[in-house]
Design a protein around this ligand. Structure first.
Ligand SMILES: [Zn+2]
Length: 647
């Protein structure tokens, strides 16, 4: 009897599967090579059958795998992701398999001896017991603990409990592996040989090995970043998302999923517990906890003798000096005592703006609604599209000497090396970690006390735990407050609170100095007090008044094209379709309007924002009426459910 298979392909198409003839021995979940519409493509076998179709069927060219690379649960999950985010089934399923070709040497497990998790304090113990009592049910808990309150220890106890008392597996998601160095080290020490690490800094072969170990049940704990939420952990019992507020958990290409939502779905189908940990939870999650829809576990103290840092503010009008006098003095003191300093400046490059005196304007990127930024070694770069040129060529073309304005991390690093000679200074930002191993290396040396001053952008705010960091300085703390996005305030508050939390994590007292030219901005004042609850109470009122999440859910439809009129025409067509369903009492439709960044990489961008309490209804409308729209292939339509970015 001829064996047929339903194959799905990694293509943005409406069809879920195609029927092919496959050789005997082919199994569900294996990858095959086959011709589709005359081109060689990689497909995955989703099901097998003997129903001969009444049309001519092709044979696959070859079967790639010896054993399946996708399991039944993942196939089911892919169908859910497809429906939830309106992507193609093939795109969803291919997101789950490790791919890419980056190389790096990340070694996190050297010189470890097996150890036990630490003893929990009273609050940690209560959180642990409350969460544990839900094992075996599908339930969600927010672990809301101030920075340095020992959330990791609670995770370790929960994981150990699952491993010892059941045959279930665990999934731990973190924003960035390199920065969660200390968590991985602890995990490796407590659960030697049980961790499968999944992240992009590993070689594909290493990642595939870790993935296969999970698939075959050889390892029971998966640790990784966003896409690890699809990891084939068998018999899932517990999912932990550390720093759940972090923006990296949202995918920016199709399917535009949020790892928290996918985790939730997996917990539902597996009757597993989901733990969301943060010192600055996303407003949506805290609102759920506050209204009793999910469990709330609170940690208010740092363990042992460690205390939350004291926070002060220093006004730096128009950012006149690179470092204020108080901050300069405080850094000197720390260096004398052989303690460590972290300095946050959330702006990369050397000078963020290049000014033309002739034109009285900042030099724009030729491809974007954005300005060029000056980087070291005479290059000018656009941070939105990556355009780059040399300053010299630009000056020759314009016939004038341009003025560099403002300070980025590169200039700050140079200034620190001059001002504090002898101090070991390192910088972490997107430019310095082109090679991902730099990140792990720098964090390792910070933890080992080999770095005196670490400076960098927001990436240094995430999860770092170095005992001798006693001073955190923030330069130009108001950066980001002016962005036309309703989450701008939430992001700045979270960033300032998180980076402040890097200070004083051991018995050494910590201090935080915030420099800004907007000392009276309410977000800055609340960050100064490290008061999440007050921030929440004030922010939640605004959200309710403006009908933003958590009081509504969003859907963003964005058209982009190199042809300006085509982009506009397409979004207007979409609007015509939506209008047929309006007015609708639970929905507000904003736009169409040009996006705040109207042009990126020579693409003109227009969008529509739907705010609604009946998101599923709009999902259906988009599925049935927008996706099948016949639009020009020179325009791309992005459908984003619960978008995080609106610019
Ligand atoms: Zn650009």
């Amino acid at each position: 009897m001829i064996q047929y298979a339903e194959l799905t392909f990694d293509l943005p198409i409406l069809e879920d599967t195609f029927t092919y003839e496959v050789p005997p021995g082919t199994q569900v979940g294996m990858r095959v090579e086959a011709k589709l519409r005359g081109r060689k493509e990689e497909g995955i076998v989703l099901s097998l059958h003997h129903n001969e179709p009444n049309y001519e069927v092709l044979q696959v060219d070859r079967v790639i795998d010896k054993t399946p690379v996708i399991n039944e649960e993942q196939i089911g999950l892919a169908y859910w992701v497809k429906e939830q985010y309106l992507a193609s089934l093939g795109e969803c399923i291919h997101k789950m398999i490790p791919s890419g070709r980056r190389h790096s040497k990340v070694k996190l497990t050297e010189g470890l001896t097996a150890s036990e998790p630490f003893k929990l304090n009273e609050e940690q113990e209560a959180a642990y017991q409350n969460i544990k009592s839900d094992f075996g049910k599908d339930s969600i808990h927010l672990l809301f603990g101030i920075t340095g309150s020992g959330k990791t220890e609670v995770y370790l106890h929960l994981i150990r409990d699952i491993l010892q008392n059941s045959n279930k597996g665990v999934l731990l998601l973190v924003p960035e592996i390199g920065l969660t160095y200390h968590i991985i080290r602890k995990l490796e020490a407590v659960f030697p040989g049980e961790i499968a690490l999944l992240h992009s800094a590993l070689k594909v072969s290493e990642r595939f090995k870790a993935y296969t170990d999970l698939l075959q049940g050889k390892k029971r704990i998966a640790v990784g970043t966003r896409s690890a939420v699809f990891a084939p952990v068998s018999n899932l019992g517990l999912v932990i998302i550390d720093e759940e507020h972090d923006g990296s958990f949202k995918e920016h290409s199709t399917p535009r999923y949020h790892a928290r939502q996918v985790a939730l779905q997996r917990c539902r189908t597996n009757k597993a517990v989901l733990v969301l940990g943060s010192a600055t939870p996303s407003l949506e999650v805290y609102h759920l906890a506050k209204t009793g829809k999910i469990g709330l576990q609170v940690l208010t103290k740092r363990p042992g003798t460690a205390k939350p840092p004291t926070v002060r503010i220093e006004e730096n009008k128009k950012d006149a000096r690179l470092l204020g006098s108080e901050l300069t003095f405080a850094i000197k003191q720390r260096l004398d005592k052989k303690e460590q300093v972290i300095l946050l400046l959330n702006r990369r490059g050397y000078s963020p703006l290049i000014y033309s005196e002739k034109e009285k304007t900042y030099i724009p990127c030729p491809n974007c609604t954005s300005h060029l930024c000056y980087h070291k070694k005479g290059t000018v770069i656009c941070h939105l599209c990556g355009f780059s040129d040399s300053l010299q060529r630009l000056e020759t073309k314009l016939g004038e000497k341009l003025v560099m304005m403002g300070t980025g991390t590169q200039k700050l690093e140079e200034f620190l090396l001059e001002t504090f000679p002898g101090a070991k200074v390192e910088r972490l930002d997107q430019d310095s970690i082109q090679d991902k191993s730099v990140l792990t290396d720098v964090i390792g040396r910070l933890v080992d006390g080999e770095i005196d001053i670490l400076t960098g952008t927001q990436m240094i705010s995430k999860g770092l735990d170095a005992a001798r960091v006693t001073l955190v300085g923030v330069l130009n703390a108001g950066i980001g407050l002016g962005l036309p996005d309703f989450r701008a305030g939430e992001r700045v508050f979270s960033l300032l609170t998180q980076v402040a939390g890097r200070a004083g994590r051991s018995d050494l007292a910590g201090e935080v100095l915030i420099e800004t030219n907007t000392v009276d901005h309410p977000i800055i004042r609340m960050a100064l007090d490290q008061d999440y609850i007050r921030f929440y109470e004030s922010e939640i009122k605004t959200r309710e008044e403006l009908f933003y999440p958590p009081f509504s859910r969003l859907v963003r439809i964005l058209s982009r094209s190199k042809d300006e009129s085509l982009s506009l025409k397409t979004i207007e067509e979409v609007h015509q379709v939506l209008k047929k369903h309006l007015p609708e009492p639970n929905t507000v439709v904003l736009g169409p309007a040009p996006c705040p960044f109207y042009k990126i990489d020579a693409n003109f961008r227009n969008h529509i924002l739907i705010k609604t309490t009946v998101q599923n209804k709009w999902r259906e409308i988009l599925k049935k009426e927008i996706r099948p729209l016949k639009i020009s292939k020179n325009v791309y339509l992005e459908l984003d459910f619960d978008p995080l970015d609106l610019v």
